[in-house]
Design a protein around this ligand. Sequence first.
Ligand code: ZN
Length: 99
Amino acid sequence: MGTVPTEVVWHQASGVLALAWADGRAAHLSGPVLRAACKCAGCEQRRRSGESVQAPVGTQLTALHPIGPQGLQLVFSDGHDRGIYPWPYLHQLCLEPCE
Ligand SMILES: [Zn+2]
């Protein structure tokens, strides 16, 4: 089943990524929240080895690139720029407390 948002808005002034979904769910994800969920190989490896992945204070989302129909590549101000976030993963983030 495809999980694709009905709306994707990046508020560049605040650095917040706003997502809305067909199931009525909506979320405003801040830079630090997204960075803590970073999907780059380095962060994924840290998670696999049991380390926590935390966002440095003040981390901002600096760019986002659509990756075909599957999701977004998010670029952060601390240099983590390789993380590809599939839509179902972003939807899952919205199930958790969002800011
Ligand atoms: Zn990362």
